[in-house]
Design a protein around this ligand. Structure first.
Ligand SMILES: C[S@@+](CC[C@H](N)C(=O)[O-])C[C@H]1O[C@@H](n2cnc3c(N)ncnc32)[C@H](O)[C@@H]1O
Length: 283
């Protein structure tokens, strides 16, 4: 039997892609784990860069779309100051419950990106970090974000680059596919599915927005060990069900070997994540 006691609870990326908006809700416990473990490990690294792309100034109004527990919203709030307005929207009630505690001064609304509950031209900047790839209709989502931006306002999206640009994740997916079959690639690929820059820019333009600037950056996700990294990625997807305990144990052992270049001397895992940032304007 595999010892699962060190397994990290799921952040459910696969569910974010597959669940119907009307029914999809994560438990509060998952949102708490997202905030306490995954925001510091991964998402907080990107928020200052998203906010920087929007070039915010004091007093402006900002919308954080698919805000999760609000890392981008609270980073933006620091920029626009007490005279500004920051609103976060997310589909998940549990994410918003946690956001309400950790984002004082940020207004929070439960909403689907396809129907943002704001009038045309409400915000100076509309930001969206690590979520576009989960929306069934990314062009429609960007059009809706553009609708609520003021004329001349900024829309900034951040998405992880394609799998082929991810040095560590690519190795993990290849290794997993060897054990769980080629279908495992799709199951582990939700995060990378919007990461082709040319296609992303095409989507932004198709939504009626004018691209102002792009930036591709290598960030780092921090995990306690390679074992924890593998557990996060594999146990949060149906891939785990395709593996026997013996196969999963072998996968973890091989991952330790294949991914050792991504560990620190203390054997913590430092996993590179490349991502694209795009700033666009509502004309
Ligand atoms: C990976 S999390 C990113 C959260 C946050 N932007 C961050 O960087 O920490 C993806 C978020 O997208 C939200 N989401 C997914 N589909 C959505 C939709 N159709 N409308 C609004 N939010 C959605 C999920 O509830 C989840 O909080």
């Amino acid at each position: 039997m595999v010892n699962r006691s060190d397994a990290t609870p799921s952040i459910a990326p696969y569910n974010w892609l597959m669940s119907a908006p009307e029914t999809f809700q994560i438990p509060l416990e998952t949102a708490e784990i997202y905030e306490s473990r995954f925001v510091p490990a991964l998402f907080a690294d990107w928020a200052p860069h998203v906010v920087q792309m929007a070039d915010l100034s004091a007093g402006q109004s900002v919308l954080d779309v698919a805000c999760g527990t609000g890392i981008v919203a609270r980073t933006a709030a620091g920029r626009v100051g007490p005279g500004g307005r920051v609103v976060g929207v997310d589909l998940n009630r549990a994410m918003l419950t946690v956001a309400a505690r950790v984002c004082p001064g940020v207004e929070l609304r439960q909403a689907d990106v396809t129907r943002l509950p704001f009038g045309n031209g409400t915000f100076d900047a509309v930001l969206c970090q690590m979520a576009l790839m989960f929306f069934p209709d990314p062009t429609g989502a960007l059009r809706e974000m553009g609708r609520v931006a003021k004329p001349g306002g900024i829309v900034v999206v951040m998405v992880p680059s394609s799998l082929d640009a991810q040095p560590a994740y690519r190795l993990l997916v290849e290794l997993t596919a060897r054990h769980a079959g080629p279908e495992a690639v799709a199951m582990l690929s939700a995060y990378w599915s919007a990461g082709n820059l040319d296609e992303l820019l095409g989507t932004v333009r198709a939504a009626g927005l004018e691209v102002l600037s792009t930036r591709t950056r290598m960030g780092t996700a921090h995990f306690g060990s390679i074992g924890e990294f593998v557990a996060v990625e594999v146990e949060s997807t149906p891939v785990r069900e395709r593996l026997t305990d013996d196969q999963y144990e072998t996968l973890r052992r091989e991952a330790d070997d294949v991914l050792h270049t991504f560990t620190t001397p203390g054997r913590r895992a430092e996993i590179p994540i490349e991502g694209h940032l795009v700033a666009a304007q509502r004309t």
